[in-house]
Design a protein around this ligand. Structure first.
Ligand code: ZN
Length: 324
């Protein structure tokens, strides 16, 4: 289970200062401030395949029914990045979780992984954390066709493999090759960008072996101070909850919310596990749409998409909207 593994790989390949990161890590470039990056990944088809998703994990998973009274939840962070920008990384969130020994799952875009290779490999090497797939360029999978959906998902699986191979190369150089046994060969969970999907999308993701993991608690929602938001979210957590947050600078205050949220739940006796560990503890509660709070509440993300949806909103059409 996450949290009980060895930090040998992490501490053997990076110094404390490197893991601590820099204030500039979270800098976000504005969409369309530079030409969109539509270049393909260096590998288009992953080497490792996944078995089809079993029947009990099909649909959109919002939480897991764990044994009554089990104070266990999964904290998840999305690392969203579209073709049109670079979104950075909130190192202080990751450092806080490491300091507390708190497990989490990070749903990373494939293009984000490519533009943040060191951070991706650090997450991979850390036994506390799990990486999941968040599509190549934050595609709206309610709008993509069969082929575009497949590219968005498999390019991201392939990018993970490329960085895992680089991590393995560095590990071997330091005599730490055996530690790679603890790093999964591929990602085994998926999160829908914007929470958007269609019935066909769910079938395609199931065929590619990726259970769809959304949430039952919005960890960054509401108004007030960071502490207010954290305590409200902490009050909504139930046994087996999945909590949505972001670890790049998309919602700007997450790094302030996380310490209040985690400390409050630890104080109340809750335990944090990765999504995969949570899925192994009980029965998944599934729905058919990846909404935020109510079915249909994310349909506004269907407007402004040219073509089939793997590109990004045209300039001016998405001002003020926050990608999830
Ligand atoms: Zn996202």
């Amino acid at each position: 289970m996450a949290g009980q593994g060895s930090r040998v790989l992490l501490d053997g390949l990076w110094t404390r200062a490197q893991l601590a990161g820099n204030p500039s890590d979270h800098v976000v470039t504005r969409p369309y401030s530079k030409p969109a990056d539509l270049t393909l990944p260096a590998r288009l088809v992953p080497v490792s395949g996944q078995a089809e998703v079993p029947a009990d994990l099909r649909g959109v998973i919002r939480r897991v029914h764990v044994p009554a009274g089990a104070k266990v939840l999964a904290l998840t962070f999305d690392l969203c990045e579209r073709a049109s920008n670079r979104t950075g990384y909130r190192t202080e969130i990751v450092n806080f979780l490491r300091g507390k020994g708190v497990a989490a799952t990070f749903f990373a875009g494939g293009k984000w992984m490519r533009s943040h290779p060191e951070q991706t490999m650090q997450l991979m090497a850390d036994p506390l954390f799990e990486l999941g797939n968040h599509s190549w360029t934050h595609a709206n999978l309610a709008l993509t066709d069969e082929f575009e959906t497949r590219d968005q998902v498999l390019w991201t699986q392939a990018q993970y493999e490329l960085l895992r191979e680089e991590l393995a190369r560095r590990a071997r150089e330091r005599g730490l090759g055996a530690e790679m046994a603890a790093v999964p060969a591929s990602m085994s969970v998926f999160r829908l960008p914007y929470g958007r999907n269609s019935p066909e999308t769910l079938e395609r993701l199931a065929a590619m072996g990726l259970p769809v993991i959304q949430w039952d608690v919005l960890g960054e929602g509401g108004t007030g101070t960071a502490r207010d938001m954290a305590l409200r979210a902490a009050g909504e957590v139930r046994p087996g909850s999945i909590v949505l947050m972001h670890a790049n600078a998309v919602p700007r205050h997450t790094h302030e919310i996380v310490p209040f949220f985690v400390d409050e739940l630890l104080r109340r006796g809750w335990r944090f596990v990765t999504v995969s560990a949570l899925l192994a503890m009980g029965r998944a509660e599934t729905v058919q749409d990846g909404y935020f709070e109510r079915p249909g509440d994310n349909r506004q993300f269907d407007t402004g998409y040219p073509g089939k949806g793997s590109l990004h909103p045209v300039p001016g059409s998405d001002s003020g909207k926050v990608p999830k």
